[in-house]
Design a protein around this ligand. Structure first.
Ligand SMILES: NC(=O)c1ccc[n+]([C@@H]2O[C@H](COP(=O)([O-])OP(=O)(O)OC[C@H]3O[C@@H](n4cnc5c(N)ncnc54)[C@H](OP(=O)(O)O)[C@@H]3O)[C@@H](O)[C@H]2O)c1
Length: 257
């Protein structure tokens, strides 16, 4: 029997590529998405067994439902990609607080809730690999996306700490930090009227997922998801002062009048 991988946000974008490439590596897939389209995942990955799980991960019941579906399979869980996430663009002065609370619930709270189940199962198994999608936004202040960046910084830091704790259980944790990637992500975030509105210049989600999985299977602590230019940009971010990075980010993220 194939090994089993759980991928959240598997219906689209980076998560779909993670699921597709894990299937190509011979993993059966439990794939989570909020909307109906997750149910098409089986047709897209006909060469492996697929369990589509439609659930709203921003709600605690959604997380518990996902976990109950995974447990009902009664199988070891070999790979987990905690990937589902969203953003919200605009000035913090104007953005809707309920939307921000929803983003925090999805990008942070749900990840912690699901990770709790996952690490306990993997510790019992004494093996497993966890890929946590953070972002290059974890490396800079993110004005006009001012809550999103901190949610990704949380996940980067969480991944690094968890990695150290889980080493003695034979479980590897890797953080994936994509640069801007050509998915629906920025449109969904209402950032169509910013530099991020066009997908023309962004990274290919297939490349981002491939770099994440290569790093996960190589046991690396983190990896930048993107092309050479993206990786050079990430290196620069290590040296630039926060104020400079913040101003640079605002140039790209501030909505055009
Ligand atoms: N794209 C970028 O530029 C970029 C850069 C850095 C980091 N990232 C990170 O990469 C991850 C994936 O982003 P992406 O670009 O692939 O985004 P995307 O194309 O918009 O896909 C988002 C995925 O998450 C799922 N999802 C959204 N809300 C959900 C909810 N409440 N419950 C369950 N699933 C939900 C979506 O499912 P449905 O839509 O089917 O319901 C979809 O499968 C995110 O964590 C993001 O922070 C993205």
């Amino acid at each position: 029997m194939n090994k089993l991988a759980l991928v959240t946000g598997a219906s689209a974008g980076i998560g779909f590529e993670l699921a597709r490439q894990l299937a190509d590596r011979g993993y059966d897939i439990a794939g989570v998405g909020a909307g109906e389209r997750i149910n098409q995942l089986s047709d897209k990955l006909p060469h492996v067994r697929v369990l589509p799980i439609q659930a709203d991960l921003s709600a605690e019941e959604g997380v518990e439902y996902v976990w109950s579906e995974v447990e009902a399979l009664g199988r070891p869980l070999d790979v987990v990609a905690l990937n589902a996430g969203k953003s919200l663009g605009g000035a913090f002065l104007d953005t809707d607080l309920d939307e921000e609370k929803h983003m925090i619930a999805l990008n942070i709270t749900s990840q912690v809730l699901l990770a709790k189940h996952v690490v306990r199962k993997m510790a019992d198994q004494r093996h497993g690999r966890i890929l946590i999608t953070s972002s290059m936004s974890a490396l800079t202040p993110t004005p006009y996306e001012s809550i999103y960046g901190p949610t990704r910084a949380f996940m980067f830091s969480f991944a690094q700490g968890l990695r150290e704790e889980m080493r003695e259980y034979g479980v590897n944790v890797t953080a994936l930090l994509p640069g801007a990637t050509a998915t629906d992500f920025h449109q969904t975030a209402g950032m169509g009227n910013t530099m991020f509105g066009s997908n023309d210049w962004k990274n290919d989600p297939a490349l981002v997922a491939q770099r994440g999985l290569d790093a996960l299977f190589a046991g690396k602590d983190h990896v930048i998801g993107g092309d050479r230019r993206t990786r050079r940009d990430a290196l620069l971010k290590k040296f630039l002062p926060e104020a400079v990075k913040s101003r640079q980010f605002a140039r790209d993220s501030k909505p055009n009048q």
